[in-house]
Design a protein around this ligand. Structure first.
Ligand SMILES: *Cc1c(COP(=O)(O)O)cnc(C)c1O
Length: 481
């Protein structure tokens, strides 16, 4: 017995390293706090993109202990200073992320208390907070209180959960799969195609609808496609619309599509991962009319609510459809079965999950909703401002955007326009002070702007214009024009 106790105590002496003392904790916190301050204070003066090389030796797993100072230095040079900086206001490519500070503090709280946010029994408080957030989202989007939802890691998993519910509601399985039809825009986010494959619907019929001149689904085309498929003995079962496409930010005619879905008894799914929360802007409410008709809706707080990466959400009206795949009772869970609140684990493939709701709940409670809405309104106006400035210096613009994604290109003669604009993009990436990305609209190479970072301000756009002018001069010189 003595030997056993000695052994345990010897191990305790080593493992206690995992519980720093109060003094040690203070020192560790101070170091991270000081790095956070430096990082945030210098964001404005650093490029939004650098094509650098990571010195992987500095990130190698080492058998020996290292100091936090050393590790933070490597983190700064090899992680934070490389590639695209999603925390930078100069990130105007793809769909920019957020990263508000108070959400990081919430993550800190969630991590050291390590709340178990999968089951109400485990952490009634955490699950109540998550369900509270979902209730708030239901009210924002006009969903009934009985709808259920989940806070996911992002839009991709949220879409996966919604599509699974649609599949189960309409019993799309076995020989029914190749006869079933999903309607969507060719501009739908690629995670939808991934989800279709993941949930075993690879052999389903996918109708990519023809879009109108503003890159939106044309409801007449949709109706005709459904009628044709019905005549051909197929089984139309779902229509997917976007409330803000990734490519151009277009919002499909949600109400018209909703009526068609109702008429044909189709599952109506709306992907609002990028654009959804713009519904909070008075000026844009009209565009979202009909969103409440959806059977399922995806929204990403880590996009349009400026939260750090790792927070999406899905709302679904039909609880039974969701439970079909996700609700499970195992013997070893018998203590945890309580019906007082929906368990996140019954609405998601995840069981144990990070208490990710806190990173949205805390900032919303601390700051109130107003600055979030003001920030969204600001992004909309900055988009207009950016487009005006680009036009002044000779760029051609894509159509007036619904939200904060738009595109532009420089018109040239004598040199292939796509080649010219590709080179221009290359110069912009080399510069990196502001980061923009590109896309193709009907085979035309265009430069894309997406304004969504809470740190993008009017000075950011002024800097972007300075950079673009500089790169334009370089491109013109490159082609000897
Ligand atoms: C970003 C995005 C997704 C995917 O969401 P993730 O959070 O990246 O997984 C889906 N749909 C749209 C419209 C998006 O913009």
């Amino acid at each position: 017995m003595k030997k056993l106790i000695d052994k345990i105590l010897a191990l305790e002496n080593i493992s206690k390293e995992l519980e720093p003392t109060k003094k040690e904790r203070n020192l560790l916190n101070q170091e991270v706090q000081s790095y956070a301050n430096t990082f945030i204070e210098t964001l404005k003066t650093k490029p939004a993109f650098s094509e650098g090389q990571v010195d992987s030796a500095k990130l190698k797993m080492s058998a020996n202990k290292q100091s936090l100072t050393t590790l933070l230095t490597s983190y700064a040079s090899e992680v934070a200073d490389q590639g695209i900086k999603p925390a930078s206001g100069g990130h105007l490519g793809y769909i920019p992320g957020g990263g508000i500070y108070t959400a990081a503090l919430a993550d800190f709280l969630a991590a050291f208390t390590n709340e178990y946010a999968g089951m109400y029994f485990g952490s009634p408080g955490a699950v109540t907070i998550e369900n509270e957030l979902l209730d708030w989202m239901k009210s924002v989007f006009g969903f009934p209180k009985e709808a259920i939802g989940n806070l996911t890691s992002g839009g991709s998993i949220a879409n996966l959960i919604a599509l699974t519910a649609a599949r189960d509601k309409h019993q799309v399985k076995n020989e029914r799969i190749p006869k079933s039809v999903i309607y969507m825009s060719p501009q739908v986010h690629h995670c939808i195609h991934k989800a279709i494959r993941i949930i075993g619907m690879e052999d389903i019929q996918v109708r990519l609808l023809k879009l109108d001149t503003s890159s939106k689904i044309d409801s007449k085309t949709l109706s005709e496609a459904i009628e044709q498929d019905l005549q051909d003995g197929l089984h139309p079962f779902m229509i997917i619309a976007s409330a803000g496409t990734t490519d151009t930010g277009a919002i499909d005619p949600l109400e018209e599509i909703g009526n068609i879905a109702k008429q044909h008894n189709l599952w109506y799914h709306i992907d609002g991962a990028y654009g959804g929360f713009f519904i909070l802007c008075d000026e844009k409410k009209e565009l979202f009319k009909g969103i409440e008709m959806a059977d399922s809706l995806v929204i990403d707080p880590h996009k349009s609510l400026f939260i750090p990466y790792g927070l999406g959400a899905v709302l679904i009206k039909d609880k039974e459809a969701v439970f079909h795949s996700h609700h499970y009772t195992a013997n070893y869970m018998q203590d945890a079965i309580m019906d007082m609140q929906i368990n996140p684990a019954d609405v998601s493939p995840e069981l144990t999950k990070h208490f990710r709701g806190l990173r949205l709940w805390l900032p919303l409670q601390l700051h109130g909703l107003e600055p979030f809405v003001a920030c969204l309104d600001e992004k909309l106006l900055l988009t207009t401002y950016f487009r005006n400035q680009l036009e002044i210096i000779g760029f051609k613009l894509g159509p007036e955007p619904d939200l904060s994604v738009s595109y532009f290109w420089y018109p040239v003669e004598g040199v292939d326009e796509n080649t010219f604009n590709e080179k221009l993009m290359e110069f912009m990436h080399q510069d990196g002070s502001v980061f923009l990305s590109s896309t193709r609209i009907e085979d035309k190479f265009v430069i894309r702007m997406a304004i969504l970072s809470f740190r993008t301000k009017i000075t950011t756009i002024d800097n972007a214009i300075v950079m673009i002018k500089k790169c334009l001069t370089l491109t013109i010189a490159h082609f000897g024009m």
